[in-house]
Design a protein around this ligand. Structure first.
Ligand code: 0PR
Length: 363
């Protein structure tokens, strides 16, 4: 272990995590030995967590936000499904026998885990020609046992934003007398979307819950995910009694949690919201456009970037040569090269990448 060194970010184009902001790193170290899972004992980190939730609420149009700092987007998505399932079970006049969740096929694979552990059926429906949830397909798939509809705001593969207001309407017409919920997965996109014209947040639509992760574009350390709920009742639907702790109930999925993650999220947001994140968004967007143009100029089919994420079809031998040269790149499920323009991905990095594309193409 003494000789192991952490990942050098200079050739990492595949990650949705990035180098933490210096203030986030420093705060994480200071709060390493704290546990927000026991807020009555670790009171200061619990207070910091309330600040993070309030700040995330401010970013997402939810002044009176309920939620917590989760271990990541996976936990937050699992909790969204669990909350919707529990509320339907406890509040509907006819609780669903086999609750289902309707989501576009672009949804992150964490929903497959959620369906598996929670005993709900995941119904994935096709996306349209631009990789967004196909509303007719969603409409055709919901029924009286639908407890949750999911929209993605910044999809993992193409950075697309689903039509959230329309999905909210569909969700709230589904289910029994009460209504199914709408969850927005902004795990990756949430720290970029405030600087766009997209309708994606609690103020734009009747969104019930949201995933938004400080440890992705928020530049916090891992682990720092975000789960937000419009209603207190949604968080209550997740709570279990904790008889031997001083706090009497716990809504999180994990017990002991990372105070480092919580503190780093607070520090990153204090340093960067809103101007630092806006500036980063503008720089990353310009980089993504630059890369998309550079690849298109070379004759590759490029998926137009909407958020700072570029997908392009390149030949397999070229992909393999780039990987062999140390570039950490990934593929979409359709096989395209996928480059996520995170803060550590500078224009200089992309210039070196395109230079390698050129030299391996002519080889
Ligand atoms: N929702 C969306 C839209 C996501 O893109 C992801 C992760 C999640 C939820 C799950 O979040 P956690 O991984 O925090 O639980 N998307 C990336 C992926 O799975 C995560 C990632 C991060 C991949 C860093 C690689 C990497 O180096 O592809």
């Amino acid at each position: 272990m003494q000789r192991a060194v952490p990942q050098d970010f200079s050739r990492v184009l595949s990650s949705m995590c990035t180098e933490p902001h210096p203030a986030a790193r420093e705060a994480a170290v200071r709060f390493l030995a704290t546990n927000p899972g026991d807020p009555a004992t670790y009171q200061s980190v619990a207070e910091v967590e309330r600040e993070v939730v309030a700040a995330l609420g401010e970013m997402t149009g939810l002044p009176d936000a309920h939620g917590y700092v989760a271990s990541g987007g996976t936990e937050a998505n699992v909790q969204a499904v669990r909350a919707a399932r529990n509320r339907a079970r406890d509040e509907w006049s006819t609780p669903p026998e086999t609750p289902n969740v309707v989501a576009p096929e672009s949804v992150h694979f964490s929903f497959r885990k959620a369906a598996d552990v929670l005993g709900v059926e995941l119904r994935t429906v096709p996306v349209d020609d631009d990789y967004r949830a196909d509303l007719d397909a969603v409409r055709a798939s919901v029924d009286s046992e639908t407890v949750l509809v999911v929209g993605v705001a910044g999809s993992t593969e193409y950075g697309r934003v689903d039509p959230i207001p329309e999905l909210a309407t569909i969700a709230h017409d589904a289910g029994v007398d009460n209504r199914a919920f709408l969850h927005v997965d902004a795990a990756w996109g949430g720290f970029a979307l405030p600087f766009t014209d997209h309708a994606w947040n609690f103020a734009h639509a009747d969104v019930d819950t949201m995933t938004i992760d400080p440890h992705k574009m928020g530049q916090a350390v891992v682990p720092a995910g975000g789960f937000l709920a419009r209603d207190r009742a949604t968080l209550d639907a997740l709570a279990v009694d904790t008889p031997y702790l001083e706090s009497t109930s716990q809504a999180t999925l994990t017990g002991t949690r990372s105070g480092a993650g919580v503190a780093s999220a607070a520090a990153a947001m204090e340093a960067l919201w809103p101007d630092g994140y806006r500036e980063q968004f503008e720089v990353s967007t310009a980089s993504a456009e630059w890369l998309a143009n550079a690849l298109a100029d070379r004759g590759f089919a490029v998926v137009d970037p909407e958020l700072p994420l570029v997908a392009a079809s390149i030949p397999d031998p070229l992909f393999d040569a780039l990987r062999d040269a140390g570039w950490r790149i990934s593929r979409t499920s359709a096989g395209e090269l996928r480059v996520v323009c995170m803060p550590h991905v500078t224009r200089e990095t992309l210039r070196r990448f395109v230079a390698d594309v050129d030299s391996f193409s002519s080889a």
